[in-house]
Design a protein. Structure first.
Length: 358
């Protein structure tokens, strides 16, 4: 067996992370034994976990007792690659938590009961709160609930796939186990003055990101993926990471002025990065850095985190678009499959504008 890690404990068993002099994080597979041997897995987390899964087991479980790990590893190999890059990343982080609970010790699939799903949800909340306390932050009471629900959904999907593969023939233990109640953000609308307060405390990279997110109406991850190669025939072409939907946004008006501003700012950097949103050194902005920068600016503006999140700019864009033009235009901008979906997305944010009785 390999040495038990003392840090990066959220990684799957025998997977190690080491930061190089360049600052990049690389992953390795610890084969154990003496002398110690590690197999490089690369610096991409998703690809690293996929290689880890291939090293951990063959396509079919060889053990006489099929555990959750066997089903999870096959899911990683066969099912996960069919999903979008963003979904793969989200599910892999969720998988780490599921493994932490259902693989220590290994849980045979046939022995996992509904009560164990309830135990997982409770454990997940305790885990999130303990992490906050360890970081010196005070828990508010709802930490980890949304992630716990998403991880339960992933477990359910893995179980259903395991039934298809013949690993288990029992009913899904998630059935009948209620997750945590989630309060959505369907009633949140970011007023212009609130936007401006954060904007005034933002550095230029964050300002560029805020403006680009609002003017295009795209998700944060898609905004950060936008690059100069996506500009074609007077349009900014976006292929949404979540759904794969393509949207062509005309480069006119304020968007045209914004892209000119970004182009001017980027021209002083050498070598030049082709991403539209870059930091003060000309390097592509990551989602983590974007969220951190936004949190700092929001705090300086004296705004509570629940009152304004970066992702709310997509809903603001849709609401304003529907108000200024029509609902169908907002649907096309968001890349929604139907007007009904867009209407549900924005209907409670500003309220329906009506005329007085007289």
């Amino acid at each position: 067996m390999g040495r038990k890690p003392s840090k990066n404990m959220n990684l799957p068993p025998r997977m190690r992370a080491r930061r190089q002099r360049s600052g990049k994080l690389y992953y390795y597979y610890d084969t154990g034994g003496v002398p110690r041997k590690e197999i490089p897995l690369g610096n991409d987390f998703i690809q690293a976990v996929r290689k880890w899964s291939e090293l951990e087991a063959e396509t079919e479980p060889r053990a006489s007792i099929v555990t959750f790990r066997h089903a999870a590893e096959r899911y990683i190999r066969d099912t996960l690659p069919l999903k979008s890059a963003n979904t793969q990343k989200v599910e892999m982080f969720a998988m780490v938590k599921l493994m932490e609970f259902f693989d220590d010790p290994p849980a045979p699939l046939k022995e996992i009961k509904p009560v164990n799903i309830r135990q997982y949800l409770d454990w997940r909340i305790r885990n999130a709160r303990e992490r906050l306390i360890k970081l010196g932050r005070k828990p508010k009471g709802n930490e980890g609930q949304v992630r716990a629900n998403r991880e339960k959904q992933l477990f359910s999907h893995i179980w259903n796939k395991a039934r298809e593969w013949g690993y288990v023939d029992l009913a899904n233990p998630c059935v009948g186990i209620k997750g945590y109640k989630e309060k959505g953000r369907q009633d949140i609308y970011i007023r212009d003055d609130l936007y401006q307060r954060v904007y005034e405390h933002a550095k230029q990279p964050l300002r560029d990101a805020m403006d680009l997110a609002y003017l295009t109406g795209q998700r944060p991850s898609d905004v950060l993926e936008m690059n100069e190669y996506a500009i074609d025939e007077g349009c900014l072409v976006v292929q949404q990471g979540k759904t794969g939907t393509k949207v062509r946004i005309a480069i006119v008006g304020e968007l045209q002025a914004l892209l000119e501003r970004i182009r001017t700012r980027k021209s002083k950097y050498n070598p030049r990065n082709f991403a539209l949103i870059v930091d003060e050194r000309g390097q592509q902005f990551t989602l983590g850095r974007l969220q951190d920068a936004f949190a700092v600016a929001r705090e300086k503006a004296g705004i509570r985190p629940e009152a304004f999140q970066f992702r709310d700019l997509r809903a603001k864009a849709a609401s304003d678009k529907a108000e200024d033009t029509d609902l169908m235009s907002a649907q096309y901008q968001l890349g929604h499959a139907s007007v009904t979906m867009t209407e549900h997305y924005i209907r409670n944010r500003r309220g329906k504008k009506v005329a007085p009785t007289k």
